[in-house]
Write a protein that binds this ligand. Sequence first.
Ligand SMILES: C[S@@+](CC[C@H](N)C(=O)[O-])C[C@H]1O[C@@H](n2cnc3c(N)ncnc32)[C@H](O)[C@@H]1O
Length: 209
Amino acid sequence: MSRKTYFNGVAETWDERYCTPQLVASLKNLVSQFGLKLGQHVLDVGTGTGVLIPHLVQAVGQSGSVTAVDYAEKMVRICKSKHAHLANVSVRLHDIQEEGLPLESFDAVTCFGLFPHLTRKENALRNMNQALKPGGILVIAHALSSEEIRTHHANAGSPVVNDTLPEEAEMKRLLKRAGGFRSTLKTNMVAMSVYQTKNEVYFLLFVHC
Ligand SMILES: C[S@@+](CC[C@H](N)C(=O)[O-])C[C@H]1O[C@@H](n2cnc3c(N)ncnc32)[C@H](O)[C@@H]1O
């Protein structure tokens, strides 16, 4: 089974299974750490059913916008039914590993829970990088620590069973090869894993406690 088939298969029950009250409660705090500003244009890659969208919309306000993309048709359908009525939200089918996006059009790219599942990470990073305006930020974030992600996917089984976050050295190598990011590394915080790049690369590893 391909990953795309897997994500289409879990789309209907995604919110029920993964959007626990605990997760939803943590998202506001998580998004507040992205440093988004009113009027900014954000691309949410691997949006799934769009759990991050309400918080992104709140951060950028009516003068900003959120473009949410995912390659799984069923995720996109559910996400549209939940969020596409909002004037400044657009939801689209898009494979970030295969296709680029309009050049230099976003202030921020967010990937929440996506990164371990990318099989061509360098390609995806290059496409995200090109879509960012100069000085834009890339946030790669998770609700779990990298170790918890490993266990979570091992339990989820095929085809995501081996999907993990790259080690720090590999992440730096990928960002360098994708171009456009300087590599400054920061490690702090607790309870989640976040890598953040901002032309300077901020690699924020939130360690589970
Ligand atoms: C673990 S889910 C996370 C969904 C959502 N961000 C959340 O936290 O609830 C990963 C999502 O990334 C999508 N995805 C995986 N590879 C992708 C790609 N190459 N391009 C776009 N979306 C992708 C999947 O379809 C899935 O919806």
